[in-house]
Design a protein around this ligand. Structure first.
Ligand code: PHE
Length: 336
């Protein structure tokens, strides 16, 4: 018996070394461990053995069975790994047909390209901001509800995650003074409960123009041009009054619904209009705080919701898809 077992193990081990494919692996497993194998016959015969032999060979046969199985797996694993080494060569150039831009990145680029063409600087600001730039310098009073813990993510180090891109306005005014034309696309954070239309992390693009004789008609002109480019069609805009501490007067800018062309549909809730972008004339106090004389200069600012715009343009019904990282979703935007 011992001799027989020794021979089986020897043959099996030698043969395991020849495993090159999955088929080899399956064949060898069936040959040495399958129902028709010598080992299986021996295991079957245990029940007819005398008690002493049962005690001796039972555990031994079982041990050999496990051992052989692990030897086969070991050699097969080596084959698989070797295969991976050959097929995954990190020095090869990246395949051309993989990867695409995120829909928000696409929109951000389209918008900043339009603005760049009419002379806007494209700026960035930190996502980790301080109270001054995010609130105080923007005329947001100490007790304004926007500072409430509900809306703002405060960090242990006393800073916060910016709740809008407007702090970049302040940084730009400080750094470049007036006149200035700037925009700042970027990620912003709010402590929101998530659902199909609310995310705690989304994107805006801030725009600001300061010069002599700037008026709200400049906002309308810039916005119309920008939206025409994004939606590849003429859109109408309208302004409704809106309150933001850093603009006076402040507005909500609506654009004619790009889905139904203003006739009324579910997207625009049958109003023909979509609320798109808060804007307004920069409050004189905000200009003054950042060292610009409001008696000489005036300016407008807008805070366009990039995420909302991407959802409209690509007819995305659930905002959470955008941050999901789900390739099935992302691969649909085959733009590079
Ligand atoms: N920062 C404002 C917000 O996110 C939007 C805004 C920007 C309003 C510029 C007016 C002017 O809510």
């Amino acid at each position: 018996m011992k001799e027989k077992l020794k021979k089986i193990v020897e043959n099996a081990t030698n043969e395991a070394k020849t495993i090159k494919t999955e088929n080899d692996y399956l064949n060898i497993k069936s040959k040495y461990l399958g129902k028709k194998s010598e080992l299986f016959e021996l295991i079957k015969s245990i029940k007819d053995m005398i008690v002493e032999d049962k005690k001796k060979y039972g555990p031994l046969l079982n041990k050999i069975k496990i051992e052989l199985d692990s030897i086969f797996t070991k050699y097969y694993d080596a084959v698989i790994n070797a295969d991976e080494k050959v097929t995954f060569d990190p020095t090869l150039p990246v395949s051309n047909d993989k990867g695409s831009l995120h829909p928000v990145t696409i929109i951000a680029k389209e918008i900043t390209d339009v603005l760049k063409n009419i002379g806007f600087m494209v700026l960035e600001g930190p996502e980790m901001e301080n109270d001054y730039y995010n609130f105080s310098a923007l005329n947001v009073a100490e007790n304004h509800p926007a500072r409430d813990m509900q809306d703002t993510y405060w960090l242990d180090n006393g800073l916060l995650l910016r709740t809008h891109t407007s702090p970049v306005q302040v940084r730009a005014m400080e750094k470049y003074g007036a006149p200035i034309k700037m925009c700042a696309p970027g990620r912003v954070y709010r402590n929101e409960d998530l659902d199909a239309s609310h995310e705690n992390t989304f994107h805006q693009v801030e725009g600001m123009v300061i010069d002599k004789d700037i008026s709200i008609s400049n906002v309308i002109y810039v916005m119309k041009g920008m939206l025409k480019e994004v939606f590849k069609q003429d859109v109408e805009v309208r302004l409704r009054p809106g309150f933001f501490p850093f603009v006076e007067p402040g507005f909500e800018l609506d654009c004619s619904c790009t889905i139904c062309g203003g006739k009324g549909c579910t997207t625009c809730k049958y109003t023909g209009w979509i609320e798109l972008c808060p804007c307004g004339m920069i409050h004189p106090d905000v200009l003054k705080t950042s060292g610009i004389d409001p008696d000489i200069y005036s300016g407008f600012a807008f805070g366009l919701g990039l995420t909302r715009l991407a959802m409209m343009k690509y007819k995305i019904s659930d905002i959470r898809a955008l941050n999901s990282g789900d390739l099935r979703f992302l691969e649909q935007f085959n733009v590079r």
